[in-house]
Design a protein around this ligand. Structure first.
Ligand code: 26W
Length: 818
C-alpha cells in the first residue's frame, strides 16, 4: 500500500491565482513592483509562476520512478537545440489560455513578452533538434529519462549578413538569466585529464588493477531544466554540465603578484563549457572538442552510477535498470570510461565489465558523410586520456580475436573494422568503438539504415548481424503544430475533434475533408494568415515587400553542398532568365526563401550564402520580373524563425543528393503544416512519399544507387551541362559575374567545380528539378487540387510524430515498457 500524501502547497491554476503569483514572483523574487517592471521582468515572473506548478509534477515523477523501481533512460548528447521554452511549457501544462488571461489583467501581452525569451541554441542542426524533440516525447509517453549535455555559455552563433556575406557573432542567451534552470552546486563531479597510469600489484607481483592519476582536475557542476510532457503528465530532467575550477583562484600565485596566472585553473575549466563547436559535419578535430566530449560523458556516468548504486547497491544489474543512449559518436568515450569505472574503481574483471557495458549502451548514427565520422589521433588520446587508450586497445584485441575466430575476415577486412586506423597517422575510430561497445546501433531512416549496412558498417554488420536496426526520426507535434500553427490546429480540432492531440496518427481522420470545398477554403485562409505573418516579418527585418498570394517556396537548413542550396539558386537564376525571355507567358508568382548557417570554416557554404544574396539583390531589383519572382535570404535561421517560416510554406525544398541526407526532419515539419514537398528519394523523404502517396509529393532526380553508379562508373558533368541549354545559360551568367559585377570572378571556382567533378550531382539533377518545378507551377494554378493534396499531407504524416519514434526506441532498444 502506498500512502498518498497530498501536496500541501498545491497551487491553483485559474487566471486570478496565476495573476497573484506573477505579481508575487515579480515582487519577492525579482524585487520589483509593476510600476518599474521591464518586459523582461514580466517574462521572468510569468515563467516562475508556471515553473512552480511544474516543480510539483517534477517531484511526483521522480518519486514515482523511485517507488516503482523503473528502468531509466539516459540520453547523452553534445547538442540540445531547444529554442524557446515558455510557450512549450505553458501549452504542455495546459496553462496557455489562463496565463494569457492572467497577464491581460495585469496589462501585459503574453505574445509580446514571449518574443523576448532567447532561443536556447545548444545545437547545430538536425541532431540537436532531434534530441530536443526526443526529450519532450520521452516525458510525453511517460519514460523516466534524463538528458545529459553541456551548458554552453555561448550556443550556436548569431548570423548577420553584411554585404551578402555571413558574419558570426556570439549569442549571449544567458544575458538576462535563465529562469528555467536550477543550479545544483552539490551535484558536482571531479573530471581528470592527462597524467599517467599506475599498475597496482599484489604481494606475488600479479597485476591487481590500474589506477589513473590525472594531472589536471576540474569540476562538472549540474544545471537542471525540467522537461514537461504533453498535458503535464510527466516531467523529466535535462541535466547540463558546466565546467568549474577545483581551486577558483591560485592564492600562492596571486600573492606572488601573478594575478593573471592565478586565474589559470578557472579559465581552463571555464573553457570546457564556453562554446558549442559550430561544425555539423566537418571534422572538429581539436583538442578542446575531445575534452568537451570526455568532460560531459564522464560527469554523466558518475551521476548515473551514483544513482544506480544508491537504489540498487550493486552494479551487476546495470543493464537491467539503465539504458544509456549515445547520440552519435560524440559521447562514445563513455564506453571506455564505463569500462574504467567498472574495472579500476569497482574491481570487476574485463569480461564482466565488457558484458555490462555492451548491455547498457546503444548508439545512433546520424550521418554517412566520411568527413563527419569522428576519429582522434592516438597521440592526442594517449596524452589526454592515457587509461582510456589502454582500454580501447584491450577492447580492440578482444573483438578482433572474436572476428578472426569466425574465419570470415581476411587481413584487409580486419584492418577495416579495427578501432585503430593505421594508415598515415594512427587514429581512434569512434564509430567502430560505438558499434562494438553497444548492443544496438540504429540509423534514422529506412534508406540510411540500409546504406549503413552496405557502406560504413558493412564489415561490422557481417560480424554482428542483427545489431543494426532502423528508427526513423520524428518531430514533436506539440511544438511543430500546436504551438507554431495555432490556426491550423484549431481548424483540425473543429473538423475531427481532439483525438489527434494525444495520438498524431488520428490526423488520418482529416483525409475525408480533402474533398470538402468549404474546408479547403478555411485551410487556405489559415495558410494565407501564416504567410501574411511571414511577409510582415520579412518587411520588418529586410525591408522586402512580398505578396502573400505568391507561392512561398522555402529551403531552410544548414548550408551544405550535399543539401544543394546551389541547385535551388541555379534553378532560380534559370527561371529568372526564362521570365525575362518570355514575359508573355503565364508565370506563377513565387517567393523563394532560403535560410541557414554555414560552418565558419566552410568556404563553399559561405560562398553559397553570398551567391543567394547576390542573386536576390539583382532579381528583386529587376522591374522585368516584379511580382513574379522574389528571392529572400532570411538571416539567422534558428528554431524560433523555423516556427514562423514552416507554417507559412506552400512548397518545401528537400533536395539533397540521394544517399547523403540521413533523414531530415524539416521535411516532416513542413508536411505536417500543409506544405507540398519537392524532393529527392533521400532520407525520410522516401517514407514520407509512402505515407502521403505518390500523387501528393514531387519527386525528382537520381536515386541513391544511381548516384553511386554515376560516381563509380565515371560521370561527365561537362557533357550533361552542354546538353542542357537552360543550365548552361544559368551557369554562364553566374560564372561570368552577372550577379557579382563588383567581383566578376567570385563564383568562377564554384561553377568550375560543377564542370569538373560535380560530386553532388547538381548538373545531373538539374533538368529533372527544373521540369518538376514547372509541374509544381501547373498544380499551383489549380488551387483546389493543390489544397486537396496539402490536406492529405497533414492527414498522413502523423506517423512522423517523435512519440512513435520514442516508443520504438523504448520497446526495441531500451527494453522499457510504454
Ligand atoms: C564531428 C562534428 C559533427 C557534428 C555533428 C559531425 C556530425 C554531426 C551531425 C551528425 C550532423 C547532423 O545533425 N546530422 C543530422 O541528423 C539529423 C537527425 O538524425 C538527420 O535528420 C539529418 O539528416 C542529419 O544530417
Amino acid at each position: 500500500m502506498t500512502t498518498e500524501l497530498q501536496n500541501p502547497f498545491e497551487l491553483k491554476t485559474d487566471p486570478q491565482s496565476l495573476a497573484a503569483d506573477i505579481l508575487s514572483a515579480l515582487r519577492y523574487r525579482s524585487g520589483k513592483d509593476p510600476t518599474v517592471a521591464t518586459p523582461y521582468d514580466w517574462l521572468a515572473a510569468s515563467i516562475k509562476a508556471v515553473r512552480d506548478r511544474i516543480i510539483d509534477q517534477w517531484i511526483e515523477s521522480t518519486k514515482e520512478t523511485y517507488e516503482q523501481d523503473e528502468k531509466r533512460v539516459y540520453y547523452l548528447s553534445l547538442e540540445f537545440l531547444i529554442g524557446r521554452l515558455m510557450r512549450d511549457a505553458f501549452s504542455n501544462m495546459g496553462l496557455m489560455e489562463d496565463m494569457r488571461a492572467a497577464l491581460a489583467t495585469l496589462g501585459v501581452d503574453i505574445d509580446l513578452i514571449a518574443t523576448l525569451e532567447p532561443d536556447a541554441a545548444l545545437g547545430n542542426g538536425g541532431l540537436g533538434r532531434l534530441a530536443a524533440c526526443f526529450m519532450e516525447s520521452m516525458a510525453t509517453v511517460g519514460i523516466p529519462a534524463h538528458g545529459y549535455g553541456i551548458r554552453y555559455k555561448n550556443g550556436m552563433f548569431r548570423q548577420e549578413i553584411h554585404d551578402g556575406w555571413q558574419v558570426e557573432l556570439p549569442e549571449t542567451w544567458l544575458e538576462h538569466g535563465n529562469p528555467w534552470e536550477f543550479e545544483r552546486r552539490e551535484r558536482a563531479f571531479e573530471i581528470g585529464f592527462g597524467g599517467s597510469v599506475e599498475s597496482i600489484t599484489d604481494k606475488a607481483g600479479r597485476l591487481e588493477r590500474h589506477v589513473w592519476k590525472p594531472q589536471e582536475r576540474l569540476l562538472a557542476v549540474a544545471y537542471d531544466t525540467p522537461v514537461v510532457g504533453w498535458r503535464g503528465n510527466r516531467v523529466n530532467t535535462l541535466r547540463l554540465w558546466s565546467g568549474h575550477p577545483v581551486d577558483p583562484i591560485l592564492l600562492d600565485a596571486f600573492n606572488a603578484g601573478d594575478h593573471i596566472g592565478a586565474l589559470r585553473e578557472s579559465n581552463k575549466a571555464d573553457a570546457l563549457s564556453r562554446v558549442l563547436y559550430p561544425a555539423d559535419s566537418s571534422e572538429a578535430g581539436q583538442e578542446l572538442r575531445l575534452r568537451q566530449e570526455y568532460f560531459f560523458s564522464a560527469a554523466s556516468l558518475q551521476d548515473i552510477l551514483q544513482r544506480h548504486i544508491s537504489s540498487h547497491g550493486d552494479l551487476s544489474s546495470l543493464p537491467d535498470r539503465v539504458a544509456i543512449h549515445l547520440n552519435d559518436t560524440h559521447p562514445a568515450i563513455a564506453i571506455p570510461e564505463l569500462m574504467r569505472l567498472l574495472m579500476d574503481v569497482h574491481g570487476m574483471d574485463f569480461d564482466k565489465a565488457w558484458r555490462l557495458t555492451r548491455g547498457t549502451f546503444a548508439y545512433t548514427n546520424h550521418t554517412l558523410l566520411p568527413e563527419a565520422l569522428e576519429t582522434w589521433p592516438v597521440q592526442l588520446f594517449e596524452r589526454l586520456l592515457p587509461r582510456h587508450m589502454q582500454i580501447i586497445y584491450a577492447i580492440n584485441a578482444e573483438f578482433l580475436l572474436e572476428a578472426r575466430a569466425t574465419g570470415n575476415f581476411n587481413d584487409q577486412q580486419i584492418r577495416r573494422i579495427s578501432l585503430i586506423h593505421e594508415e598515415g597517422g594512427r587514429r581512434v575510430r569512434m564509430g567502430n568503438l560505438a558499434f562494438v561497445g553497444s548492443h544496438s546501433v540504429n540509423g534514422v531512416s529506412a534508406l540510411h539504415t540500409d546504406l549503413m549496412k552496405e557502406t560504413v558498417f558493412a564489415d561490422l554488420h557481417r560480424l554482428y548481424p542483427g545489431r543494426i536496426n532502423n528508427k526513423t526520426n520524428g518531430i514533436t507535434p506539440r511544438r511543430w503544430l500546436f504551438q507554431s500553427n495555432p490556426g491550423l490546429t484549431g481548424l483540425i480540432r473543429e473538423a475531427i475533434g481532439d483525438r489527434f492531440m494525444d495520438d498524431a496518427a488520428a490526423l488520418k481522420d482529416l483525409d475525408a475533408f480533402a474533398d470538402d470545398a468549404s474546408f479547403r477554403e478555411k485551410f487556405a485562409a489559415v495558410k494565407r494568415a501564416n504567410k501574411e505573418r511571414l511577409a510582415a516579418l520579412t518587411a520588418e527585418r529586410l525591408g522586402i515587400r512580398l505578396d502573400p498570394s505568391a507561392m512561398f517556396d522555402i529551403q531552410i537548413k544548414r548550408i551544405h553542398e550535399y543539401k544543394r542550396q546551389l541547385l535551388n539558386i541555379i534553378e532560380a537564376v534559370a527561371l529568372y532568365d526564362q521570365i525575362r525571355s518570355h514575359p508573355e507567358r503565364d508565370w506563377v508568382p513565387r517567393v523563394k526563401f532560403l535560410g541557414g548557417k554555414a560552418a565558419p570554416s566552410y568556404h563553399n557554404a559561405k560562398l553559397i550564402i553570398k551567391l543567394a544574396n547576390d542573386v536576390a539583390r539583382v532579381i528583386n531589383r529587376d522591374p522585368a520580373v516584379r511580382g513574379l519572382l522574389k528571392v529572400v535570404f532570411m538571416p539567422n535561421y534558428n528554431v524560433s524563425l523555423a516556427e514562423v517560416m514552416i507554417p507559412a510554406a506552400d512548397l518545401s525544398e528537400q533536395i539533397s543528393t540521394a544517399g547523403m541526407e540521413a533523414s531530415g526532419t524539416g521535411n516532416m515539419k513542413f508536411a505536417l503544416n500543409g506544405a507540398l514537398t519537392i524532393g529527392t528519394l533521400d532520407g525520410a523523404n522516401v517514407e514520407i512519399k509512402q505515407c502521403v502517396g505518390d500523387d501528393n509529393i514531387f519527386i525528382f532526380g537520381l536515386a541513391a544507387e544511381e548516384v553511386a553508379r554515376h560516381r563509380s562508373q565515371g560521370y561527365e558533368p561537362r557533357q550533361v551541362i552542354e546538353r542542357s541549354h537552360e543550365l548552361r545559360q544559368a551557369l554562364a551568367a553566374i560564372s561570368s559575374g552577372v550577379f557579382s559585377p563588383d567581383e566578376p570572378e567570385r563564383y568562377r571556382g564554384l561553377i568550375d567545380g560543377l564542370y569538373q567533378h560535380d560530386w553532388f550531382m547538381v548538373a545531373a539533377d538539374f533538368d529533372s528539378f527544373a521540369e518538376t518545378q514547372r509541374q509544381v507551377d501547373a498544380l499551383w494554378r489549380n488551387s483546389p487540387e493543390w489544397h486537396r493534396k496539402a490536406i492529405h499531407n497533414v492527414a498522413r504524416v502523423g506517423w512522423f510524430s517523435s512519440d512513435r519514434t520514442i516508443r520504438q526506441y523504448a520497446e526495441e532498444i531500451w527494453g522499457v515498457p510504454v
